[in-house]
Write a protein that binds this ligand. Sequence first.
Ligand code: FO1
Length: 324
Amino acid sequence: MNEVPKQTTKVAALAGGVGGAKLAHGLQMALEPGALSVVVNTADDMTLWGLHISPDVDTVMYTLAGVANRELGWGIEGETWRNTEMMARYGRDPWFRLGDMDLATHILRTEMLRDGRTLTEVTADLAGALGVPSLILPMCDERVETLVSTEAGNLPFQEYFVQRRHADRVIGFTFRGIVDSVPTPQVLDTLEAAEAIIFCPSNPFVSTGPILAVPGMREAIEAAPAPRVGVSPIVGGAALKGPAADMLDALGHEVSPYGVALLYRGLLDGFVIDREDEAHSERIRELGMEVLVTGTVMKSDEDRERLARDVLGFALGLKERRGA
Ligand code: FO1
């Protein structure tokens, strides 16, 4: 793929965890250094052992830095777990494991935040040190916390997701603190300057959901001149990773790319679906979106870059539709 020239197009991508990070990585490979900004969900941040953990920011950061643990889908490649073992010796339940190298990220983030720096500044500092050639932008600098309403009660996101292995049937979500949050100036600038806005294949409820729920974010995306394109996180009736399919089902939505497209109705100009789901194309077009059918499953770096190029080509082809 090296012979294909890199694009200088400015791109803003909205992302949550693993699926979002993979496409962001593809976009980074396809674009000139500095052309990509990734707006990342921070509503599954948590405090553990007194440290500020930002799981989605870190998944994106490690992936774009080329140090992600591909086996686990989170954390750092070649990680060791001595700290977790010691926590267990102290009798603490290490249900949320912080690797020894990963711990350095959380210690420094917590220290810099305590020194009065914003999450945006801290993230730029950490990502810069890891050599990430893209901007990683937390959706806001205020603390927002996803609570998942289930039959077992309102669960903090990581308790629902990791501790209870997303086994509880979901009734709804609350983003605690969201009403007091605002998109950062960096996010607003990025959206305004973007030539394409890409909604990565992330969970529409707990990844892109909180990003869009930041007051003013949806309006900023709607006001942006760039074409807006989403990539389905559902392929063939299942989520590639995580509980997106179960959540769609539990909340009464169709478990298909159409079900996801319906959630983004009015916001997206185009939607990218897998070849396996081609039969849904016409119904999605009826929602007022153009449709691109291509291979969306990203198993290798080549898959990531090829999908990114397909998505970019599709988005730029929609420019006229947006009058951009
Ligand atoms: N996911 C797990 O399934 N188990 C863990 O112990 C775990 C620890 C962890 C530590 C740091 C980090 O940045 C992420 C971590 N994750 C873990 C992943 C993470 O909780 C989820 O993948 C995302 O929040 C979902 O987007």
